[in-house]
Ligand binder design. Sequence first.
Ligand code: MN
Length: 250
Amino acid sequence: MSRTLFIADLHLSSNQPEITDAFFDFLDKEIDQQVDALYILGDFFEVWVGDDASDAFSDDIAARLKQLADQGIAIYFAHGNRDFLLGQRYAQKAGMTLLAEQTVIDLYGTQVLLLHGDEMCTQDLEYQRFRRKSRGWWWPRLMLAMPLWYRRRVAKKARAKSKQSQQHKAVEILDVERSAVLDTFSKHQVRIMIHGHTHRPAVHQYDQEQTRIVLGDWYEQSSFLVVDKQHMRLHYGDHADTLTQWQHAD
Ligand code: MN
């Protein structure tokens, strides 16, 4: 049966080759002619300071993805908070299509919302302030006009700052907020959403029969979602959660 794959939060970096190995291994094992599409829902890279910063490491990944694209597997990419500066140039190299921040797709006849998910962490006011600025129209343009060494420095500082401030934030503050989730469901008139960002792989059900699927990160395991007409299976490490007849949840 034909199927679709979803991943997020690999945080690929040349410093952690074991994650790249796990990713290539995943492609070898999970992708065959029955796969229609691969959706990458953000934070694919640990850091991305511009397509002009691509190197042997990122070129390697692009080449691997391009190979799949050439075999007829559609690859889609939604930006995360680490790699939102990834642009058309790299996307083309990798044979990927860039998605909008929130995208509703037709998944085997059912409308499903895809997003990285950080916009629903509304209790983290400090982060949302930075998000508004960095995802606005002027900040990315200004950044991309700066020399590479400067961008790398800004990214490094931002990571250090976020790491430090997360230590003082309650666990709930770093998760999505229920009301933001419900608002997002109703804004798009969908009953299913798939996202990453929080690194808390799970299937959540809400009162009005909405389902929120959260992909896991790849720091110490792999995590992915496989969907066909009948099943949704969320894998993380050795665990798997399966939803059967997900299209008829109502
Ligand atoms: Mn993220």
